[in-house]
Unconditional design. Structure first.
Length: 328
C-alpha cells in the first residue's frame, strides 16, 4: 500500500487525533510535517501513538506478524467484528477424492469467484472480513492462486490449518459476529449491513451467545443452455449465512453443526432475503435426489436476482444440473 493510500485510510477512519499527536510530540511540531503523514512515515516506527485510544507499541507486540503501518492494519483488519468463515479445502466428511484434483478444483474455483466472491464484493457495507480455510497440505501452485485472490479482494484472508476452524489471534475478540458461507453460496448485497444491525441490537441488550438465521433461500440450477430452475424456500437450519453473535468471541463453527445449533442456543431471525445456492454435481449434498421449482429462461432469472437484491452473476457459466427436475 502506498503512503498516500495509508494516509487516506487513516483520514477516513477518524481514528487519528491531530491535536493529541502534536501535543504529545514536540518534535513533530518542530518538523512542520502534516501529523498523519509524519505518523505514517516515522511515528509508527518510533512507537508514537496516533491518539489516546491506540497504543502503537502494544498493537505491534500482540500482532508481531504485521508488516505494515499498525493503525492501518487495525483499521482494515483488527477492528472488524463481523467475520465470515469458509471451509474451502479443509477435510470434509464423505469426500472420496482430493479437492485439489482437476477438473474439480477449477470448476469449484470458478463457482467461488462467480457466486461467493462476487456477492461479497457487492456488499453495501464493507466492514467485514472473510476467512477462507485450507488444509496445510494445500499445494504450492494452489496457494499461489488463493494468494492472488487475497490481493484482489481486500476483505479476504487465507488461513492454512491442520484441522478445525480456529480464528487467528489477531481477529478473535469479544462482541463478535461470525457467519458461515460455503464456497459455492452467495448472499444479497445488504447481507452484511443487516448482520451488523442485528449485532448492534444484541450487544445493546446484553444478549448471550445467539444464533442468527436468515432462512429465506434462493436455490437455482442450470438445466440447459438458456433454461434454469429456481425455488424460494424457508430453510431455518440452512448453513448459507448462518451466523452467531457472541459477547465472548465464540464462532458459528464453535457452536456445532448447522442442524444442531437451533437446539443449543437462542435464535434470532434475520428478516429479508437469505442465501443463494446453486445446484451442481460437484456438491455432495444439494439436490442429489432431484429438485422441484419453476423453470424460466435466463433473462427472467436475471430480473429475479435483481429484484431479490442479489448481485448480477454470470449465469452462463453456472455448471449444469443433470438430476431430475419437477416443474411446479
Amino acid at each position: 500500500m502506498t503512503i498516500d493510500a495509508m494516509v487516506a485510510v487513516i483520514k477516513k477512519s477518524g481514528l487519528f487525533d491531530e491535536k493529541y499527536y502534536l501535543a504529545c510530540y514536540p518534535d513533530v511540531r518542530q518538523s512542520r510535517f502534516e501529523p498523519i503523514l509524519h505518523y505514517v512515515h516515522y511515528g509508527a516506527k518510533e512507537g508514537k501513538n496516533p491518539s489516546a485510544d491506540f497504543d502503537t507499541k502494544a498493537y505491534v507486540k500482540t500482532n508481531s506478524h504485521v508488516d505494515t503501518n499498525p493503525l492501518v492494519h487495525y483499521i482494515i483488519h483488527g477492528r472488524h467484528t463481523t467475520i465470515g468463515l469458509c471451509r474451502y479445502s479443509t477435510a470434509e466428511f464423505g469426500r472420496k477424492f482430493d479437492v485439489f484434483e482437476e477438473p474439480y478444483f477449477s470448476k469449484r474455483l470458478e463457482i467461488f469467484e462467480n457466486i461467493t466472491l462476487r456477492s461479497l464484493d457487492s456488499q453495501s457495507e464493507k466492514n467485514f472480513l472473510f476467512l477462507v480455510y485450507h488444509r496445510k497440505s494445500c499445494p504450492a501452485n494452489k496457494r499461489l492462486i488463493f494468494k492472488r485472490l487475497e490481493a484482489k479482494h481486500p476483505y479476504l484472508i487465507n488461513v492454512y490449518t491442520k484441522e478445525g476452524i480456529l480464528l487467528p489471534d489477531h481477529v478473535r475478540k469479544a462482541d463478535l459476529l461470525t457467519f458461515r458461507l460455503d464456497n459455492d453460496d452467495g448472499v444479497p448485497k445488504d447481507f452484511i449491513a443487516r448482520l451488523n444491525e442485528i449485532r448492534y441490537k444484541l450487544k445493546n441488550r446484553n444478549a448471550p451467545d445467539t444464533v442468527i438465521s436468515c432462512p429465506l433461500a434462493l436455490i437455482v440450477g442450470k438445466i440447459s443452455e438458456k433454461k434454469f430452475v429456481y425455488n424460494l424456500r424457508n430453510l431455518y437450519s440452512n448453513s448459507m449465512g448462518l451466523a452467531m453473535y457472541s459477547p465472548h468471541g465464540s464462532t458459528i463453527f464453535d457452536a456445532g453443526g448447522h442442524m444442531e445449533v437451533k437446539h443449543k442456543f437462542p435464535m434470532e431471525i434475520l428478516q429479508g432475503q437469505g442465501g443463494f445456492q446453486i445446484l451442481h454435481d460437484s456438491n455432495l449434498y444439494n439436490g442429489s435426489l432431484g429438485f422441484s421449482g419453476k423453470i424460466v429462461d435466463q433473462q427472467v432469472l436475471e430480473r429475479i436476482l435483481i429484484k431479490l437484491g442479489y448481485p448480477i452473476i454470470n449465469l452462463e457459466n453456472l455448471p449444469p444440473y443433470d438430476k431430475e427436475v419437477t416443474e411446479i
